[in-house]
Structures are given as C-alpha cells and as structure tokens.
Design a protein around this ligand. Structure first.
Ligand code: SAM
Length: 298
C-alpha cells in the first residue's frame, strides 16, 4: 500500500490523471485532487470557464484546454502526442467524475493503447452519492445514465429493464422527470419503489422515496420538487413488493410539531396534505416504525 503523503511532490511522467471535482459543495474536493491540479503541466477540462472558477476558488493557476463531446476525437490525438512527449495531464469535467456521462473515454482508451500511465483519483460522483443515501440495496446495481429523450426509445429501455433485479440508477433532467416517472408507472406499475435524490451536497439537497405512482403525484404537487440536478434510484424487480417509503426530515419535523397538539392520525393527515402525500402512506409508515421500535425494545 502507498504511504499517505500529502506534502511530497508527485513525480509526473507521461501520466493522465482522472480528477473528480465537487458536484455542488466545493469542500468535497480532495487534497490529492488539489495537489494534482497544481502540479500537472496541463488541465483538460470539459468547460474551461467553469473549471476556471473552481481553480480560482482554490487559488490554482494552471494551463487549461477544453475537451468536450464535439471535439473529443480530434483533441485526443493531440493530447496523446503531448503525453508521449512526457507531459502530465489532469482530466476534469464540469462536476463529478470525468467519463461518467462526461467526455474523456476516448482519451483514456488511447492512453492505454499508447502505454501511457492512467491514474484515477477517487472522488465525487452523483450516482454513487445518491445510491449510498437511497436506502435501496446496493450489493448489485446497474448504472443506466440518462434515459433517451424520445418517448418511444425511453419506453423501450424501460421495458428492457422491467425484470432486472438489480438496483437501477438513472440521471434525469428536471424538464423530463414527470414524463419519465409516468412512463415508469405505465411500464412497471405504480408500486416500484423509487428514490429521487436532488441537489446532492447543495443547500436544497433532498432525498425522497416512494412507490413510483405516489412519487409522481408528490413531485407534481410542487414544481420546486423537480428543480435542479437529480438522480433516480430504483429498486430492482422482485424486491419492489417489500419496499418501504423514505419520509424526509421536513415531513417528520412537521408531523412532530402537529402531534404536540393533535392525535397521531389527524397530525399525519394534515402533514400528508401539506406535502402532497397519500394520507395513508404517512400514517401507516409511522405505525410500522412504532411496531418495529417496540420489537427492538422487547
Ligand atoms: N460526471 C458526473 C458524475 O460523476 O456524477 C455526472 C455528469 S452528468 C453530465 C450530469 C448529471 O449528473 C446531472 O444532470 C444529474 O442527473 C447528475 N448530477 C450531477 N450533480 C448532481 C447533484 N448535485 N445532485 C443530483 N444529481 C446530480
């Protein structure tokens, strides 16, 4: 195992470093990422203006060029030539781990073919962050990226995944969320359990899970619920039947306040109405929690 040493200079010889950057909270950058971004001869960024702001925040002044989906093939040849001449490069994307739904795949592939060292740094990734907090089994999962924008192709993909027993992870955009959830209901039924993880690591972070039919109603209730960046984590086929809702902290806080002056059933009903939840879901959830807590105490 390598000894941890943040202060030692990294020896840079024809190396491509894959450097993840924060998906929201800038404090999520790693010490090693900062060190590499300072020391490489060139930073290859998806959008140099955006990465420029990140570098500025950390007082890093280094040379940058852009690599995006439209110039990736052409730029890759130039970069391989430069790497062969002995320079070191850090590959970054706008946010998260490069290559994961971001440019850089060709560059990495050609580096391997040219015998150039590829060194990946671990770091932020929206898919893994969402999965870790979803409360859905993570022993086997399937990363599906973005579903196709066209309805027919999207539905085909969903049909193909119907009997997949692995947890499924999708990236989704706010303007397509309602259509996607509606397609999931139509193809998989309303009971498949789905967690919507929004604005992870940011001020308005929210992680909310319900059977997909109810989640669709909940999201529709308030347009703030489908703003920002989002990941959907979907329970796999077969386990879907035993799923339990994830109730957010805000819901629980409201319920606790109301319960100070109202009986549980009434308080749960009003809270459910405030948050656009089905009355029964919240009440049943609370009763189940109480039963399992009683069992633990016994
Ligand atoms: N490479 C990135 C990664 O490692 O996660 C993903 C890049 S992909 C182009 C951007 C998508 O990732 C967004 O549309 C959203 O679905 C998801 N995403 C990125 N940041 C997020 C965040 N803070 N919260 C939730 N989803 C996020």
């Amino acid at each position: 195992m390598n000894e941890p040493n943040q202060t030692k200079e990294v020896k840079m010889v024809s190396t491509l470093y894959i450097v993840p950057t924060p998906i929201g909270n800038l404090d999520d950058i790693t010490l090693r990422a900062l060190q590499i971004l300072k020391q490489v001869e060139l930073i290859v960024a998806e959008d140099t203006r955006r990465t420029g702001l990140l570098l500025q925040h950390f007082a890093i002044n280094n040379r940058m060029i852009s690599l995006h989906v439209h110039n990736e093939q052409k730029k890759t040849d130039q970069l391989i030539t430069q790497l062969k001449q002995g320079i070191s490069i850090a590959l970054v994307s706008d946010a998260g781990t490069p290559i994961i739904n971001d440019p850089g795949y060709h560059l990495v592939k050609y580096c391997h073919q040219a015998g150039i060292l590829v060194v990946p740094l671990p770091g932020p990734c929206a898919a893994m962050t969402a999965l870790s907090a979803s409360g859905i089994a993570s022993d086997r999962f399937c990363y599906e990226g973005f579903l196709p924008a066209k309805r027919k192709s999207r539905q085909d993909v969903l049909h193909g995944l119907t009997k997949n027993s692995r947890t499924l992870i999708f990236y989704e955009s706010p303007h397509r969320l309602l259509e996607t959830l509606a397609d999931m209901v139509a193809i998989w039924g309303a009971k498949r359990y789905v967690v919507l993880a929004r604005e992870l690591t940011k001020t308005w972070e929210s992680i909310y899970g319900l059977p997909v039919g109810e989640l669709l109603d909940w999201v529709k209730f308030d347009e703030n619920r489908y703003r920002g960046e989002m990941v959907l984590v979907v329970e796999g086929y077969r386990v879907a039947k035993n799923s339990k809702p994830v109730i957010s902290c805000d819901v629980m806080k409201t319920l606790a306040l109301l319960q100070q002056s109202l009986p549980l059933k009434k308080a749960a009903g009003i809270t459910a109405e405030i948050y656009g939840l089905k009355n029964n879901t919240l009440y049943k959830y609370i009763l189940e929690q109480q039963v399992s807590a009683d069992n633990v105490i016994k």
